[in-house]
Design a protein around this ligand. Structure first.
Ligand SMILES: O=C(O)[C@@H](CO)OP(=O)(O)O
Ligand SMILES: [Mn+2]
Length: 499
């Protein structure tokens, strides 16, 4: 290593490390609970030897409607901003209640200029998962378009199975088909497993598979019911159903309008980039997905300033952030309060996620590489503050496979043990370990009798590991973590975090 690049950490303050174990919640229910079943000697011991509590991570505690499951966007936003702000799904639902969507000037004005011989395409995740989209918004949009006399609507339905039961698409598609039939205003034109249409890891072949179906006539068409049944016969669940054209003349053409109704950006960006290559009359999205993507947004997403990393950085402390690429937006855009910023002197490491479609084959994912990067940084050029996301409990939890998820959590426990040795034992530093939402602690859905692939609304663990005495912690929710860390670092907590 070039000696010139070595920055000596002059600060004598101990290192602070915030670790987010994505998707690891706490449940009293031991049945199909991968966290309970995993052998986690470190986490078990620390619960008693160090400061420990649980935090609320769902519903109104993270700015969602009451009772909604948590997710990584809102969980990282709450952790990073240290406050509770109404998140996009709440803002949109509020809009719906006030009929703002139905009376949207934005949509009305676009339709005034629209050639009604052309088609309006409604694209998005057709489920009630409420993490990337809400089927009620799709229904409202169909109603709005119909009330503006648009009768050429084509719905391109992305199938879920990740925020819903793995085999649940039929009911959502039937509900949409019923509305289209009732208003005599359109058809379901194509279906796409979200694995393809909503890739966020730069697997452009998957995005292209969806885009081709959206834009190119196909020689064969298959009704959505037939495609779903054929896929289930081959053990392919909703998430992984191959993009398929369902009717004749289903494609997006020049001069048409598109509304992509997903409200969460990270998984909508790649397909949006492709669709923007088309010459459309309009392209509406609920929020702006990215500053570089010129769509027409309906509302502005919550944005937070003076977030944890910004405040730490403003105190001339150095920051190291790391995640695997599947969780890229999580430790950047989401954690930084929906802002695409890079802090002064921030070292940002993104470890490329594995691209194997069968994720459960590698329950350790890139966790070992993440730990190795952090240890290397600590040995060579330590930063003052580290933000680490380990994706395993969430990503493997989404597979619905109990054994793989147990293996994922056991891997995490080993990685954490290594960090503890270095950070707490050798360096007298502080490790905060928490999660952004639940998932891995519930691996079976007794109501649908299917594997549970979705997140939960359970609380998440919070550990503070240091060589100091065990403290009673009074934190309630994810939003309390940032001010707590700042106080421990002797940094003034900004007013926005005290509300
Ligand atoms: O995979 C995702 O996009 C969501 C679930 O839909 O999970 P997370 O919020 O953990 O990123
Ligand atoms: Mn998840």
């Amino acid at each position: 290593m070039n000696i010139k690049h070595l920055r000596i950490n002059m600060s004598s303050a101990p290192v602070n490390i915030l670790i987010i174990l994505d998707g690891l919640g706490i449940s009293e229910q031991n049945y199909y609970n991968a966290f309970f079943k995993a052998s986690t000697p470190h986490l078990d011991r620390w619960k008693f030897e160090h400061s420990y509590t649980t935090l609320q991570a769902a519903g109104t505690f993270v700015g969602l409607p009451d009772g909604y499951n948590g997710n990584s966007e809102v969980g990282h936003f709450a952790l990073g901003s240290g406050r509770i702000m109404k998140q996009t799904s709440t803002l949109l639902n509020h809009s719906m209640q006030q009929s703002i969507l139905q009376n949207s000037d934005i949509i009305a004005n676009l339709l005034k200029k629209f050639n009604t011989n052309r088609t309006v395409h409604l694209l998005g995740l057709a489920s009630n998962g409420n993490i990337h989209s809400n089927i009620d918004h799709l229904k409202a949009l169909i109603f709005v378009l119909k009330s503006h006399d648009i009768t050429n609507i084509l719905v391109h339905a992305i199938l879920d199975g990740r925020d819903t039961a793995p085999q649940s698409a039929q009911q959502f598609l039937d509900a949409i088909a019923t509305d289209l039939e009732k208003y005599k205003c359109g058809k379901i034109a194509s279906i796409h497993g979200r694995f393809y249409a909503m890739d966020r890891n730069n697997n452009m072949d998957r995005t292209q598979a969806s885009f081709s179906i959206l834009t190119q006539e196909q020689t064969s068409k298959t009704s959505y019911t037939d495609k779903i049944n054929q896929s289930y016969d081959q053990n392919i669940t909703d998430e992984f159903i191959q993009p398929t054209a369902c009717i004749e003349n289903h494609t997006i053409q020049q001069g048409d309008g598109v509304i992509f109704f997903n409200f969460r950006p990270d998984r909508a960006i790649q397909l949006t980039q492709k669709i923007l290559e088309l010459d459309l009359s309009f392209f509406v999205t609920p929020v702006l997905y990215h500053a570089s993507l010129a769509t027409t947004p309906l509302i502005t997403a919550a944005k937070a300033d003076n977030t944890l990393l910004e405040v730490i950085s403003a105190h001339n402390k150095s920051i190291f952030t790391i995640a695997e690429t599947e969780k890229y937006a999580h430790v950047t855009y989401f954690f930084n309060g929906h802002k695409d910023i890079r802090l002064q002197g921030e070292v940002r490491v993104l470890v490329p996620s594995l691209t194997d479609a069968d994720i459960k084959k590698n329950p350790c994912m890139q966790a070992e590489k993440i730990t190795a990067h952090v240890l290397e940084s600590l040995h060579t050029n330590p930063s003052d503050f580290y933000l680490i996301n380990y994706a395993n409990a969430d990503m493997i939890g989404h597979s619905g496979n109990l054994d793989a998820t147990i293996a994922a959590i056991e891997c995490l426990d080993r990685e954490l043990g290594q960090l503890y040795e270095e950070v707490v034992t050798k360096r007298n530093g502080i490790m905060y370990i928490t999660a952004d939402h639940g998932n891995a602690e519930v691996m079976h859905d007794t109501i649908t009798a299917q594997p549970c692939t979705s997140h939960t609304s359970n609380p998440v663990p919070f550990y503070m590991l240091s060589s100091n005495n065990k403290e009673d912690l009074t934190l309630t929710s994810l939003a309390d973590v940032a001010p707590f860390i700042l106080e421990n670092m002797n940094i003034t907590v900004p007013d926005e975090m005290k509300k």
